[in-house]
Design a binder for this molecule. Structure first.
Ligand SMILES: [Zn+2]
Length: 143
């Protein structure tokens, strides 16, 4: 069942068993994790970086931007988390997903290029602190 609200919980480590309806937020690992809001049970990992998702904590509720599009899951659910409320969006077509991915990639490249002060490719330009954080995240996720 599609949920319309989500509670947030600040944690250092995300528990191995994720409860439904909780957005776990780890500031030390700059990551938020939750189970898909459609109820399918899939684990959704949203890294918090300038090029991925941004988290806003207003002192009471949290928001994530941009929207969460679970195109890799059979449910293909698409929603926003705004002030602990789940706002459902339309599922995207394959074309829309592809266009969105291209946009994301361009945004990421621009971000890293700007950060490095170079037009070098993404792989070459990931800075050490970001790589360190990504490696920590991978270890933490057991990848
Ligand atoms: Zn789902």
């Amino acid at each position: 069942m599609r949920r319309t609200s989500i509670e947030h919980e600040f944690v250092e480590y995300v528990p191995s068993e994720l409860a439904e309806g909780i957005l776990y937020v780890s500031i030390p690992y700059a990551t938020a994790v939750h189970r898909c809001a459609c109820g399918c049970g899939n684990k959704v990992v949203t890294p918090i970086t300038p090029a991925d998702w941004q988290l806003l904590f207003d002192g009471d509720t949290v928001s994530l931007a941009p929207s969460i599009g679970n195109w890799g899951f059979p449910c293909r659910s698409h929603y926003w988390i705004k002030r602990d409320v789940v706002r459902w969006s339309d599922a995207w077509s394959d074309e829309q997903v592809a266009a969105g991915r291209q946009r994301d990639d361009r945004g990421r490249e621009a971000y890293f290029a700007q950060r490095e002060g170079t037009k070098a490719g993404l792989a070459a330009s990931v800075s050490r602190p970001v790589r360190h954080r990504l490696n920590r995240l991978r270890r933490w996720l057991g990848l």
